[in-house]
Unconditional design. Sequence first.
Length: 650
Amino acid sequence: MCGFFGLHSFEIDKSKKISLAKEAILNLNSRGPDANGIKLADNNNLLFCHNRLSILDLSVNGIQPMISASGNLILIYNGEIYNHLKLREKLKKENNYNYWKSTSDTETLLQAMEIWGINKTLKEIKGMFSFALWDKEKRKLYLVRDPFGEKPLYYGWISKLNSFVFGSDLIFDKLFTNVNFDINPLALNDLFHLNYIDNNYTIFKNIKKIDPGTFVEVNFKKYQTPQIFRKKYWDLDRSHIYSNSYTNYGDAKRDLNSILTKVVQNQILADVEVGTFLSGGIDSSLITAKAQELSSRRIKTFCIGNENQEYDESNYAKKVSKHLGTDHEEIILNDKIMIDKVPHIINKLNEPLGDSSFIPSYFVSELARSKVKVVLTGDAGDELFGGYNRYTQIDNLKKIHLIPKFLKKIIKKNFYNINDKNIFKISKIISLLPFFKKQFYLNNKINKILDRIDPDLNYDEFILNFLINKIPYNVFVEPKNFSKAIIFKNFQSKNNLKFSLPQKIINIDLKSYLPNDILFKVDRASMANSVETRAPFLDLDLFYFSQSIPMNYKIKNSDGKIILRDLLKEKVPKNLVDRPKAGFSIPIGEWVRKPLLDWSENLLSKKNIEKSGLINFENVKKIWADHKNGIDNSNLIWSILIFQQWLLNR
C-alpha cells in the first residue's frame, strides 16, 4: 500500500510544486513511511509524488514515481496486483518481454500498460489498486480505480488556481489553504442518512471520487478547463451472466474451497510477514483457517474485544485461534481508552465517516502494526454470500409490511422513538422465545423495526428504510436539501428489475455501502497505522463464483452465508459456527452519554454547530436531548459528531 498526490498546472511554478509535494508527502506519511519520491513532467506542468509502504521488493528498485522502459509512461500507484508474476510470464510468452529491473508489481503493471495498453491491462490484472498514469506521447493523464473501490482516488479542478489535483486521500484543502473548499450538501445529506458519503461525490463540492471499476482520461490545454472522459471498464451488473450455474450443492462447496485456496495463496504473497484479522465470525475465521492451512508457520491473528459483553466476540476468536493453532493477540476496549483516544483517532479521517466501527478497526490495525505489515480480512463475505439481516430477514419483513395500515399507524404513534427502558422491557419478553435467546444486539434490532414501521411507505421503500438512519427531525438550515427521497431515488437507480429482492439489496450494498463505508473504513483505519489490508472475498474469481450459485446456497430459513458456514464446519468445531452474528459494533450510544459526554457537548454546542452554516442547531439540540434521555439516536448523533470534529480539524 502507498499514498500519492498529483497536480497539473500551467500557472503554479516549479518551486511551489516541489513545496506542495513535500507537504503532501508529510500528510500521506502513514500511508507510506518507508520511502518517497517526486517527479515533474510535461515541461514541469505535471507533478507526481509518492509515499511507499514496502511490501514486494523492499529495495530501491520499487520506489515510485516509476518510469517505463521506453521513458514514455510515468506511474504512481497504490495497491497490490496479486497475479503480477503470471502477467510477467504472459508478457514473456506473448510479447517476448523479460527485462525486469525489480520484483515489484509496480513495474509489472507499468510495463503491461506500455506493451498492452491500458484497456487490455485492466482486463488482465487481479488486485486492489488506484493509480495515476502519464502518457508523455499522448499528453494524457489516466486515473484508475479497482473494480470494487478497495483503494481510494480523488480528483478535482481548482478554478481559482487553474489547477487539476488528484490523490489517494482528501488532503487538498490542507495543501491549498488559500482556497475555499465549499461543503457539499448532497454529501452531508448522505452522511447523516447513511453514515457514509455515497456515489462519486465527496464532502467538498468541487472534488469527486473515481467510481469503482472506472478510469478517467484527462486532457490538458493551456487557459482551458481540462477535458475529462470517464470509462467504465468493469460493471457489476454484467457479472450476473453466470447466475445459477450450479445444481449440485456438493460441487459448489468443493469449488468454493478450491477457489478460496488459490485466492488466499495469491494474497499471502509478500516480502514481509502476513497476518489476519480474526473476530471469530464466519468470514474472518474461514480466511484465517485457509491462511493457516497454506502457511508453514503459525499465522499471527489479531482481535478487538469489549468490556461490554453484548458487544464482545473475542472469546469466540480465541477459541477459533486455539483450534487452528494461530499466534493470537487481542486488546479489550474500555471507557478510559475511549476518552483518551477517540478524538485523536477521528482526526485521522480526512473525510467524515459516521460508521462507529472505524474505532475498533483503528485499534485492531494499531495492534497488528506492532507485529506485521499485511493482514487478510473477511470483508465482503456478507455482501457476496448473503450475511446481513437485511437479506436474510426479507421474508419476515414482508410479513411486517402486510400489517394493516391502521395498526401501523397505532405502532408508529405509540412505539416510534421510545426510550431504552421500554425497549429493554420489550426485549426481555421477546428473548424468552428460543430463536431470540442468544441474539446479539436484540434491543437495537427491536428498536430498528419499530422505528421503521410507517403506513406511508410502499414495500420497496419499507425495505430500503432499513438501510437508512432514523431521522426524527430535519437537521439542515435549508430543509429541502435534507431528503430521504434523494437517498431512495439513488438506491433505486442502482437496481436491476430482473433480480430478486435479496439480490437487489445486495447489489445496492455492493455499489454503495461496501465501497463507501466498509472499504473506506478499513482503508483509513489500516493506513493510519501503516498496515496493508487485503480482502480475499473481493478477488474476481471468488466474486464470480458467488454470483454463479443459487440464492438458496447463500440464504435459507432466515440464515445467511450457508455455503460459507458449511465449509467452515470442516475446519473448526460446529458450535463455533452455528451462533448468532455479532458484527464489529461498539456501544457508541452509551459512550456519547457517559465517557464521551464532555466531548460531545462541546461539538454540539450552538457555536460549533452553526460554524458550517448548514446545520439547524435547534433540531440537533432536540435530537441530542432525546438521546441523553434514553431515546436511541446514536447513528445520527455519531455522524453529526464526526462531521463536527472533522470541521474543527480543518
